[in-house]
Design a protein around this ligand. Sequence first.
Ligand SMILES: Nc1ncnc2c1ncn2[C@@H]1O[C@H](COP(=O)(O)OP(=O)(O)OP(=O)(O)O)[C@@H](O)[C@H]1O
Length: 897
Amino acid sequence: MAAQSTLRHSAAEEAIAAFIDKYTELIRSKLRNTSRITRLLATLALATTIILGGAGARQRWKRRREEREQGRKLVRTNSWLHNKDGSRTIYVPYQERDGPAKVVIHTTKPLTFQAHRRLFLNPPKVSGLGDGVVPSTQTKPGLNLAFLHQFLSLMSIMIPRWNSKESGLLLSHAIFLMMRTYMSLVVARLDGEIVRDLVAGNGKSFIWGLIKWCGLGSIASYTNAMIKFLESKVSIAFRSRLTRYIHDLYLNDNLNYYKIQNLDGGLGSGADQFITQDLTQFCNAAANLYSSLGKPFVDICVFNYQLYHSLGPLALIGLASNYSITASMLRKLSPPFAKLKAVEGRKEGTFRSLHARLIANAEEIAFYGGAETEKTFLDKEFKSLSKWMNGIYLVKIRYNMLEDFILKYSWSAYGYLLSSVPVFLPAWAGVGGKLEQLEHAAGTGRERSRMKDFITNKRLMLSLADAGGRMMYSIKDLSELAGYTSRVYTLISTLHRVHAAAYQVKGGDGELFSMSDVQGTTQLGFDGVRLENVPIVAPQVWPQGGEELIDSLSMVIRSGDHLLISGPNGVGKTAIARVIAGLWPVYRGLVSRPKANGEDGIMFLPQRPYLSIGTLRDQVIYPDGEADMRLKRKNDSFLKYVLDLARLGYLPDREGGWDTRKEWKDVLSGGEKQRLAIARLLYHEPKYAFIDEGTSAVSSDVEGLLYETCKEKGITLITISTRASLKKYHTFNLVIQGDRNDERWELQRIGTESEKMHARRELEELREKLAQVDQWKARHAEIERELGKVWVEGGESPLGESVVEDAQVVGAGVQDGGDVEVVAAEEQHEQMEEAEVEEPASGTTTDHQETETEADYEEAQEEMDEETETETEVGTMPTQESGEGKSSGGEGSGVIV
Ligand SMILES: Nc1ncnc2c1ncn2[C@@H]1O[C@H](COP(=O)(O)OP(=O)(O)OP(=O)(O)O)[C@@H](O)[C@H]1O
């Protein structure tokens, strides 16, 4: 054995040596025939290639490593890169080993939107989708021309160019689909051959047939897997295109994300359900349709040809009539799946938005203990959804029964019938019939051959039935697709309508202050804030007319003119900011404002502080990202400085650094959120800033500091507040008064002659009040004396203690009240003297207060006297009267205080 093995070993070695020798000799002989220079040059070229290749590979590796590192950093800091062509490079967490995945996002060009507007706002009349001038109440979704228009319009977004990635994917998908059809044909033939060999007892051919069968099987499984893979790729590619397009239209400078909800209202409960679930289902259905319609279509063409070839024209006519009868029957009997799906989508959307609302307001609901009520709302909505879906399932039972019976059983019976044509009617059966006749004449092997043809035809027929079945099933898929298409088309057309403000009314005027009645002008690039005859109108969703809050407002605020907008709740103070910010339309007049938002422009701090997702750094620099911050040459030390100014310097340490991510709206207190908003203001350093109740939760000492800091930084403040104490930080006061029917506004300069006069008068009144203090104190002592007497005299009374307590309460009330009054008056006096006009209090209020105070005091005094007299006279009092006496004493003290 060992010898044998050694022998085999040496034989193998010899073979290898011979091989090497052969090729070495070949190279040598080639080299011998070349000149020295050529050899030298070749060596040089080889060396250079190796060196350059190595260097290139090293550089590529280094670049990849750096990119990966950069990606990790950008993911950590929640940031991205701006590219020169306007696109953005973002890194998405992917695999730990390979680092984050890089994605380049190109924004959709405005020209593309303009080009698409025609498709979404002015659909052809024939499609029945309206003319786009008036927001259309959606055409009933179904298999009609409207669906075709909608689907093709969406296709122009999903496949923007013939050479785009999506076209490539669809082409590869089509190739694999054709491959599968071809495989089915080959399999059908092979099936027939194997059965024939088996019946004939031809073992060798039978085994060979089985080997071919297995080989074909592996290729067919690969083809099927690729078809599924490519279908998913197509779906995700469609979804990416549509999502990016929608995001570009939804989130841009035109504030469509706000307007779509507040001004248009075309999407009902919100766009979220449309963008997430409906869009996904549409893309899945569209990608699936390609294979569920495309593949059976190819199958039907090829198999029909094959069957025509072997079974003749009679079979073909039979097949064609079968298809048309089945299709028309199913179409007639099929329920309106498109409409059912569209309503289901809407119901899902409402249910989802209720959940989103609960999450967003969890704390408030928890404080109120509103779980039960919220659950009732949610259950109600879910019940409605589940009832609808149950209805759909019920409708589907009948349809599925019918579909199954027709497509599976009646079709296969029909298939057997057609396969028998060559046997029973050979003259009508094409090639199959001829063979049958020939073999009949020869009288040889007729059964075997018939068996083979029958098996092949049966398989073809089964595949054909399957393809036809799938075609018919896809009538249902197509209907469902029509439902999703209508939802996505509605979303995009509504977005286009909001983006282009396409609300013209055809013939006749629309409602006053409706979206078609916007006639005002907004001028951007003005150094200040100016309103000229602008009505402040709370808009209603189209086509209703808005509600006028302020008739016609005119004012100009220049740099350094700090303005306080004050007035009662709901009068329209924030509404002014909304009009200037462009959230609400300028129905009439002119609004001028700086162009830029943020640095050197204008900034709005809303009433409810908003905290974004992301790091602590993101909260300070919002709406900038880290990349923008670096571009502005600002860094974390600057952020720390800004936080210090906003009295929040402790935050980075407390929260564990700038890169910490938390649910910030839950982590920060109300006052901290407001101070963070001020920090944002100081970071962005705008020239003008609207602060809407931005310091209502901040302690008044810090509030003053924040205002002074902002002013020092050169920010012109426009504050919306009901706090009169903020007056001292402003130059003008826009006072809005009155209710909806009688609104008035007045722009006052703070510290004018009339205000000084008011202040002086107030001062005088306070002095008079102060002079009365001694008088009040004497009277107080007198009452106490009187009460003391009552206490001594009524000592034996069982209710005596109660009377004394009452008397003490009254006394304390008067005492405290007196003190409080004195301190308040003194404080006010000091303030007035400090800067006569710095913080004038309203004269009217003081007058009123004084009159009230004096009258109440006298009233209380009379009551006391009466009470004392009664008690002195009677000595003992019924319990109830004693109680009344107590309450009267309490009231008296309350009034005085
Ligand atoms: N999105 C909206 N759509 C329609 N009307 C609105 C909308 N928001 C507010 N309004 C209406 O506009 C009125 C003015 O609202 P605004 O927020 O300007 O009041 P405000 O003076 O700032 O009150 P507050 O002092 O309470 O903040 C409200 O009473 C409300 O009826």
